[in-house]
Design a protein around this ligand. Structure first.
Ligand SMILES: [Zn+2]
Length: 376
């Protein structure tokens, strides 16, 4: 009898724990709502080189305090291979993620026949939406370049910079003065951009009072410093500023907006097999993810997709002694390459339309799904 009472009490306690636990989860996570309006705004965050072990390493470094990206309502995986290589580079992956076309390594916004392919930012621009790109490396570097230009080679960064003039992009924040302001030819790209109505600055501080319009910030000659070398809050601050300006411009156009944000330097730290650097870059990128998710909470109709272009470093988290029954088993981080690897990378989706990404996808599916969601 006593034993029975005890087990009944245990059941009641269990039910209570589940109920309270469920409530806590409900409070932490926004419940996907079937009345969520159609997709009006898209925030697309790409962690360059960010594999699952890079994210796990960051979780371990933070002692499993949840990352912002863990708020994702739907999670998927994507296959990263390019058209001519099982191991993609950032240019082919950027083109796949921007235009929905598998292409050869090195290609920026062109297909295997070197013909331009339309990217999702251009689709949004054609629909009258405000658009922007934010990066911590040069805005002409592979990933943002794939949302801005079309060149046979990722090395044609002078040409990619010129192609910014062919777009109607509202904001571009990152590095790359070399390709706009310090060019080998005499082309005055800054002057031409100003003629088109852009304010061009070299720091976010300079544009603190600007709330709308066309704005470019080129905050470094090529890339900004890494987090370990003192980049500070550029990425989260640039993301906040871009959202402020895009929101104002979209309101004026009576449209929505498209913003791509790249955590550019996770990749470089992983190429250098520098785990501390990888973690610092992901913590910074995650701060931008938080800003995007918070924006979606306050602005129904906003879709946020967080993914990577490929994994860099072949990072694994291993046990040093293979004795799994030892308490406090020491772990070690092992990079198997100074290059990229071919594993699938995660997709974290949040807000309007997010459920469409909860699958195993090709990298090329992502912009195509975004396009179909915008067309609804
Ligand atoms: Zn990359």
């Amino acid at each position: 009898m006593k034993k029975c009472c005890k087990s009944i009490r245990t059941i009641v306690e269990c039910v209570l724990v589940v109920l309270v636990g469920g409530l806590a989860i409900a409070l932490i996570n926004r419940i996907p709502d079937s009345s969520e309006p159609k997709v009006k705004n898209i925030i697309y965050l790409i962690g360059d080189g960010m594999g699952i072990s890079h994210i796990t390493s960051t979780m371990i470094a933070q002692q499993y305090t949840p990352l912002a990206l863990e708020r994702a309502e739907y999670v998927g995986l994507q296959k990263t291979y390019s058209s001519n290589n099982l191991i993609t580079d950032s240019a082919a992956a950027g083109t796949a993620l921007s235009a929905g076309t598998k292409t050869y390594n090195g290609a920026i916004g062109v297909d295997d026949n070197k013909q331009p392919v339309e990217n999702i930012r251009e689709v949004a621009e054609k629909m009258g939406m405000a658009t922007g790109v934010v990066a911590t490396y040069a805005v002409t570097h592979a990933t943002p370049a794939a949302f801005m230009g079309h060149t046979e080679s990722r090395n044609q960064q002078d040409l990619i910079a010129e192609q910014f003039l062919d777009t109607n992009v509202d904001v571009f924040f990152g590095g790359g003065q070399k390709y706009f302001m310090q060019r080998a030819d005499s082309l005055d790209l800054v002057g031409k951009l100003q003629e088109k109505g852009y304010t061009i600055a070299t720091s976010l501080e300079e544009i603190a009072d600007i709330k709308e319009g066309k704005v470019g910030v080129l905050a470094a000659r090529k890339g900004l410093p890494t987090m370990l070398k003192g980049r500070g809050n550029f990425l989260p601050e640039a993301t906040t500023k871009a959202l402020e300006i895009l929101t104002a411009n979209a309101k004026k156009n009576k449209s929505g907006f498209f913003l791509m944000v790249e955590g550019s330097q996770i990749d470089g730290e992983a190429h250098a097999n520098n785990l501390e650097g990888v973690v610092a870059e992901i913590v910074d990128f995650d701060a931008a993810v938080k800003i995007a998710f918070d924006y979606a909470d306050k602005h129904p109709g906003t879709l946020v997709v967080v993914t990577a272009d490929h994994e860099t470093g072949g990072l694994t988290i291993i046990n040093n002694n293979n004795k799994f029954d030892v308490a406090e088993n020491p772990i070690a981080y092992h990079f198997s390459t100074g290059g990229h690897s071919g594993g699938m990378v995660p997709i974290f989706a949040y807000g309007a339309g997010a459920e469409a990404f909860s699958r195993v996808l090709e990298n090329t599916d992502i912009p195509l799904i975004m396009k179909s969601l915008l067309a609804e």
